[in-house]
Design a protein around this ligand. Structure first.
Ligand SMILES: [Fe+2]
Ligand SMILES: [Fe+2]
Length: 155
């Protein structure tokens, strides 16, 4: 397994997050067959959050974070940012329960989610891959696999 590919199992989820972001942010691409009205988008976003994001955040916070911290503290600032952004996204999704300004709220969620995925993929994951050695990355991938995050790539 190359270092670069060791976190692909998590990155796979990110693709779905980016699709949601495109669907709900202002000026995003209109995706065929996907929700197009505000009400549909709100329902879809809440469903996506409950079905995918809650578990994704759980894995990052309770599997990835403690393992990485057990090996290095070099990436703590990125992990702190991750936690802070998860909290912001949780709060933004909860705010959809209030029925006012739904378009603005969806736009905010879309942009925040997109920026969050980019932060993890472009900054945090590379920093983790730099800070951990091959053996540590292998253990991290194994731990992720045991929690349902099987790497879809073959080596
Ligand atoms: Fe995250
Ligand atoms: Fe993530």
């Amino acid at each position: 397994m190359t270092k670069r590919k060791s976190l692909f199992s998590i990155a796979h989820d990110h693709f779905h997050g980016l699709m949601l972001a495109q669907m709900i942010k202002k000026g995003g691409q209109v995706l065929e067959g996907m929700p197009s009205t505000v009400d549909e988008k709100v329902r879809f976003t809440i469903h996506f959050y409950e079905q995918e994001l809650v578990n994704h955040f759980y894995i990052e916070e309770n599997i990835l974070l403690p393992i990485v911290k057990s090996y290095t503290h070099k990436v703590d600032k990125h992990l702190d940012k991750m936690l802070e952004e998860h909290k912001e996204i949780n709060e933004l999704v909860s705010s959809l329960q209030g029925k006012e300004n739904l378009n603005e709220k969806l736009d905010k969620i879309g942009r925040k989610l997109e920026a969050h995925v980019q932060m993890e993929e472009w900054i945090m994951f590379p920093a983790i891959q730099d800070a951990l050695d091959e053996e540590e990355l292998k253990k991290l991938a194994k731990e992720l696999k045991e929690n349902g995050y099987e790497n879809v790539y073959r080596y």
